[in-house]
Design a protein around this ligand. Structure first.
Ligand code: SAH
Length: 392
């Protein structure tokens, strides 16, 4: 089991340069005015940014003389692609990004028939120390800024629009916070990111609330805070065990907020939004996949507005754990369904590029700076049912 401490307070490193995506619309207008330009230029810049335009030469609605200054001051490049890796015939693409201070994060774009999902990172590394997750074993490097998180989604939207993903030009439809990091441990920046994802053009990507999934290890107070925001985004809770005894070891934050409190918080979210939450459960052979645990989980969730998403464990380097064998998976599913709990098994994408949930996280060095190069997740996209939640 993990000997790593739980870490909430991210180490402070140099702040990334100011970026339009970190600012409110009013702040952006003020910043543009400081550069001697009329405030509406903030809207023009935002339209270019969220539209994936980064080259000042293409911003022909801005006066040529002002373009470089506006872009230099408000749209600095925060995410430098280090490499792209493809899988699934080019329909899964993982990108390793270098941040201004050398920290590394990954995002994974997955195209499915009828939708395209990007899995984004909210922190470099993670402080939650889950022993089966490669990112958790790396520790926390730092929180990402809002613009660093938003930039991953904007880049994915541009890649889809430009036809960089097999299948021709398309539209980014979904965003899941299932990459590196614990989104609710970086709450203010993630909150800002949600605004940018949901706000229509020019100041955002205009995604639907149901198409955005926040996945949490179970920070109960932060789930309650999210409930009070009035948003309706999809909530996913990484449970992995129905009982405190086992969950204390698999998800160390459980020593602080127990299963009952986490489920209570998720239930309150579901009551407020009228939307089913997703319970994530990595099936680990002989660890959490016993029939009695399926029954416990079934009793815990029966009658609740919840859906279980089982993820056969993606093995991580050095771990002694493995995925549950198929018969154990089938038995687990059958028992949950018999308890009346909607259950799906997640289809894993990107295993061959170490892009599947919790797989990456190799320490790396860029420009001599040790960094965490991770990428927990491609498969993270809740497969069938979450996508179909609109039919509830
Ligand atoms: N911190 C957030 C996001 C993490 S990644 C959270 O905990 O929800 C998204 C999902 O991948 C989580 O459900 C996480 O528990 C799961 N995961 C991590 N490592 C995994 C592994 N090795 N195999 C399968 N799923 C894993």
């Amino acid at each position: 089991m993990s000997a790593l401490p739980l870490v909430f307070d991210a180490p402070r490193r140099g702040k990334p340069p100011r970026h339009l995506a970190d600012l409110t619309r009013d702040e952006a207008r003020a910043a543009v005015a400081e550069l001697g330009q009329p405030p509406f230029r903030a809207d023009q810049l935002a339209r270019h940014y969220y539209g994936g335009v980064t080259d000042p030469a293409q911003m022909t609605d801005l006066p040529a003389a002002a373009r470089e200054a506006l872009v230099g001051e408000l749209l600095p490049g925060l995410l430098t692609p280090v490499r792209h890796q493809e899988a699934d015939g080019g329909r899964t693409r993982k990108t390793l990004w270098r941040l201004h201070d050398g920290a590394l994060v990954e995002s994974v774009l997955m195209r499915y028939p009828g939708r395209a999902t990007v899995c984004i990172s909210s922190q470099a590394g993670c402080g939650m120390a889950c022993p089966f997750c490669a990112t958790g074993q790396q520790g926390l490097t730092r929180n990402l800024s809002a613009a660093e998180i938003i930039g991953q989604a904007v880049a994915a939207a541009a890649a889809m629009a430009n036809g960089e993903v097999a299948g021709g030009p398309g539209r980014l439809s979904n965003v899941v916070f299932m990459g590196m990091g614990e989104p609710l441990a970086n709450y203010p920046r993630v909150r800002k990111t949600l605004d940018a994802l949901l706000t229509p053009a020019p100041h955002g990507l205009g995604l639907g609330q149901r198409s955005v999934t926040v996945s949490t290890v179970g920070l109960a107070p932060a789930i309650r805070r999210l409930t009070d925001e009035g948003l309706n985004v999809t909530l996913a809770v990484s449970l992995h065990a129905p009982d405190d005894e086992l969950r204390d070891t698999l998800v160390p934050i459980n020593t602080r907020w127990k299963v009952a409190e986490v489920i209570d918080a998720a239930d309150a979210y579901a009551r407020r939004t009228g939307r089913r939450y997703s319970v994530e459960y990595a099936l680990i052979r002989d660890v959490n996949d016993q029939p009695f645990r399926a029954d416990l989980l079934g009793r815990l969730l029966a009658g609740k507005l919840a859906h279980v998403n089982l993820i056969p464990l993606n093995p991580t380097p050095g771990s002694k754990w493995d995925a549950s064998p198929l018969p154990a998976q089938r038995e687990f599913v059958a028992r949950l369904r018999a308890a009346g709990v909607p259950t799906t098994v997640r289809d894993t994408r990107g295993q061959d590029i170490d892009g599947a949930c919790g797989q990456l996280a190799a320490a790396d060095q860029v420009d001599g700076v040790p960094s965490v190069a991770v990428a927990p997740t491609p498969s993270m996209e809740p497969t069938v049912e979450l996508g179909a939640e609109g039919d509830e």
